[in-house]
Design a binder for this molecule. Sequence first.
Ligand SMILES: O=C(O)CCC(=O)C(=O)O
Length: 178
Amino acid sequence: MATDALQQLLGRLFPAGCHLVKAIYFDKPAGSNWLVAWHQDLMVNVSQRVDSPGFGPWTSKAEGVSVQPPVAVLENVCTIRLHLDDCDASNGALKVVPGSHRHGVLFAADIAARTAGATGCAVPAGGAMLMRPLLLHASNRSTSRRPRRVIHLEFSSVELPAGLHWRERLQRFSSGVE
Ligand SMILES: O=C(O)CCC(=O)C(=O)O
């Protein structure tokens, strides 16, 4: 699945190996009017609910169970967004608040006040953007004729506590290939 370039990147991020824990395809077609409000990515997908210290709240939807894990688990995750189209502010590039991932889980009421230093992340087609789940991020509607397709992949080296399993886990990557 992973190209050599992705394997090399993962080898630098996780020298002892890692596993894919979540994959999402974001399609923001030309002129699309969906936007994403400022947030952190706090939930991880697991195969079933098994109560464990530090894990919660839990949600259960048609696609499966998700849980907010301890901050240390979120801090270990690295998201790689692979861009299939040139992306800039006009077609809904991600906006982020640099350094915001260093402050743990933020109260929802505090988020708006922390977005003053936000910056847009333009990425060319074929480029990759790396981010931590706790980084505050958002994206605007597209006002462009150009699509904005992104493959969003989350990697982690964390083994969850007994009984808990990453729902979308795929084989280990980089130097820890199994
Ligand atoms: O791709 C986007 O515009 C939003 C992505 C996002 O909000 C997320 O990955 O949590």
